[in-house]
Design a protein around this ligand. Structure first.
Ligand code: NAD
Length: 381
């Protein structure tokens, strides 16, 4: 079958869903690969490089959609793209079905099969297709690089002939995939790192990375990550008060705050309030990775970098993976080609959309003129 990658139409998106290297793997599965002209340019992959990997380059998006059996994308398909698609065709991309009900209805109407990379079940077998994790890992790392670039001081402590330099103090709020990557990058730059999460089971992971878990004295059990599938649920008002009191105590001491706290299906919890920002030292930096979901910091402006009156920089960019487009595309391209590996069981270039397979079923949000989201719970843990 023909797998085609579009040039992303979303403004500022530099990633691409198929790279020259992932195209080679897709061909080994018996598929042909096509890209829209310039699809990889912003990620550093020229049309020429694709051609050397056996990929056909077509001049327009319309031509690509016309030719491809499977259209691969990073961002969710636009309405215009879906309207150009035909029954039986597949689109594979991030989709966020809960936020894109209209696109989902259109996919159903068009008879397009939509595979949402954000809905790949987070079970061990599917880790190689887990694009949420591969992108969150990049976002966490890049958040630290942006913080360091805006901080203007050393992260590591130094004793030099010219004087002593203290290590930067970093607080990471939320220690999921992005938070752990931010902890790793901050520790390796030599900072003193503190981290907090509502899921107590991550304390060990935080400490094993060389950071200090911010401990909250709280009598009742906070929450059982296992009971929520590894994800957080909203905190009780009492817990939240304790948490905010602790952050108020830490605010004047921290140089860098990186917030990554998310609760699936909800707006991000506001955890870093105006008075905490006001209590921070001039020159401090906040990077809010939850900006797209409303932000963990009360003053975050999505997609902007602002400096407050007391000299605190707040970064609300929402495109961290795209800022490392080459590697983000390599990893995302790998996630996609692993998914296509499972869709091509005989490696003969024929796609078998097996809805009995937990991973395929979980990620398929529209199929055969039907909306297939939300999926039934997976049979295998
Ligand atoms: P996420 O992006 O939904 O949330 C980020 C973090 O914010 C989470 O650790 C969450 O506990 C934390 N958080 C929520 N509310 C908070 C609050 N009020 N204060 C502080 N922290 C708060 O999560 P994620 O990074 O996508 O993943 C979370 C977990 O999912 C992982 O740690 C893991 O257990 C599981 N996971 C499993 C797999 C797999 O098995 N393949 C892959 C990835 C993640």
């Amino acid at each position: 079958m023909k797998i085609g990658a579009l040039r992303e139409s979303y403004e500022g998106e530099a990633r691409v869903a198929v790279t020259p290297s992932s195209a080679t793997h897709l061909q080994k599965l018996g598929h042909e690969v096509v890209i829209e002209q310039g699809a990889g340019a912003r990620a550093g992959f020229s049309d020429e490089e694709y051609r050397r990997s056996g990929v056909t380059v077509v001049p327009t998006a319309a031509e690509l959609i016309g030719q491809a059996d499977v259209v691969a994308k990073v961002r969710q398909p636009t309405e215009a793209e879906l309207r150009q698609m035909r029954a039986g065709q597949t689109v594979i991309s991030f989709f966020y079905p809960a936020q894109n009900a209209e696109l989902l209805a259109l996919a159903k109407e068009q008879g397009v099969t939509a595979i949402a990379m954000d809905m790949v079940p987070r079970i061990s077998r599917a880790q190689k297709m887990d694009a949420l994790s591969s992108m969150a890992n990049i976002a966490g790392y890049r958040a630290v690089i942006e913080a360091a670039n805006n901080f203007g001081r050393f992260f590591t402590g130094q004793v030099t002939a010219a004087g002593k330099v203290p290590p930067a103090k970093v607080l990471v709020v939320g220690a999921g995939v992005a938070g752990l990557a931010a902890i790793g990058a901050s520790v390796s730059l030599g900072a003193q790192v503190h981290a907090f999460d509502v899921r107590p089971e991550v304390a060990e992971q935080i400490e094993s990375m060389g950071a200090e878990f911010v401990f909250l004295e709280f009598d009742q059990p906070v929450q059982d990550g296992a009971a929520t599938g590894g994800y957080a649920a909203p905190s009780s008002p009492e817990f939240r008060e304790k948490q905010l009191a602790k952050f108020r105590e830490l605010a004047p001491q921290m140089d860098i705050v990186i917030t990554t706290a998310l609760i699936p299906g909800r707006d991000a919890p506001v955890l870093w309030t105006r008075d905490m920002v006001e209590a921070m030292k001039p020159g401090s930096v906040i990077v809010d990775l939850a900006a797209e979901k409303g932000g963990n910091c009360e003053l975050t402006v999505p997609d902007e970098r602002i400096v407050t009156e007391n000299g605190v920089t707040i970064i609300g960019y929402t495109d961290f993976p795209s800022r490392m487009a080459a590697q983000a595309s390599e990893l995302y391209g790998n996630n996609i080609r692993h998914f296509l590996f499972d869709l091509t069981p005989k490696k003969d270039g024929v796609i078998a959309h097996n809805m009995e397979d937990d991973v395929i079923r979980g990620a398929t949000v529209a199929h055969d003129h039907d909306i297939t989201w939300p999926p039934p719970p997976p049979k295998v843990a």
